[in-house]
Design a protein around this ligand. Structure first.
Ligand code: SF4
Length: 239
């Protein structure tokens, strides 16, 4: 996929329009066909397990990576292992932060996530993501429009201004119900924490269960005016 800045918006917008009503599998197939140097950012959340299942059926050797902040739930690491057992995922990459937890504590103090979660996310998520994405022409993500106001205008294909590559969002039109129907109908492995009122699962220290009726993402960074890691900021979405 050879692109120049001047040609980016036109063809991406055309693709976004053309594939707005397509199935996620069709969108994934088109993305991989257009550019094999595409990668999938897998958080092992419910949406990403759906995409992983679809992606492995389209191309079992597709590139996949996950951001290992070193503070994921044990259940998430266990799910990663079960996914590898089921799908193989030969091109799965573990992406680690430059600083270990001990180095972060030495440089920024203990439990940075309690005092400055933006700084912690920058070190453990955003910077490693930025670095890994420089190796690819596009990335596939599991964001859905109904998840948050910041995601309401996400397109199937869009240009990611923040990281400078194509962003493909095959599940943008899906509802939470569709995600769970697919998981059940296709026997997709998922994180058992979802059955314990954790609709959105991030790091151990920054995720709590939510009460019935609460915003599904209110369990992330509870107590802070923060709803995104910085991986999918609203500013990058074309509106
Ligand atoms: S979610 Fe919490 S622990 Fe994880 S990187 Fe962000 S602030 Fe740090």
């Amino acid at each position: 996929m050879t692109t120049t800045v001047s040609t980016i918006p036109e063809w991406i917008e055309q693709l976004a329009e053309e594939f707005e009503q397509a199935t996620p599998q069709e969108i994934i197939a088109e993305a991989l066909h257009r550019d094999p140097n595409m990668t999938f950012a897998c958080s092992f959340g419910a949406e990403d397990m759906v995409l992983l299942d679809m992606l492995m059926k389209v191309n079992p050797e597709a590139n996949v990576f996950y951001l290992d902040t070193n503070v994921l739930f044990e259940e998430t690491y266990d799910l990663r292992d079960r996914a590898v057992e089921k799908y193989g995922i030969p091109n799965l990459r573990q992406v680690l932060p430059a600083l270990t937890l001990a180095e972060q504590a030495a440089q920024h103090g203990d439990e940075l996530w309690k005092r400055d979660p933006n700084a912690c996310c920058a070190i453990r998520k955003v910077t490693p993501l930025k670095q890994v994405l420089t190796e690819y022409d596009g990335w596939i993500t599991g964001i859905r429009r109904e998840q948050a106001p910041t995601r309401a205008n996400a397109k199937v294909f869009e240009w990611d201004d923040k990281f400078g590559l194509v962003k493909v969002n095959p599940l943008v039109r899906w509802t939470e119900g569709q995600v769970w129907r697919y998981i059940k109908q296709n026997d997709v492995p998922y994180n058992p924490l979802h059955d314990q009122n954790y609709p959105s699962i991030g790091c151990l220290h920054c995720t709590r269960p939510v009460n019935p009726g609460e915003d599904p993402r209110s369990g992330r960074w509870a107590g802070f005016a923060k709803t995104e890691c910085g991986l999918h900021p609203s500013a990058q979405l074309r509106r």
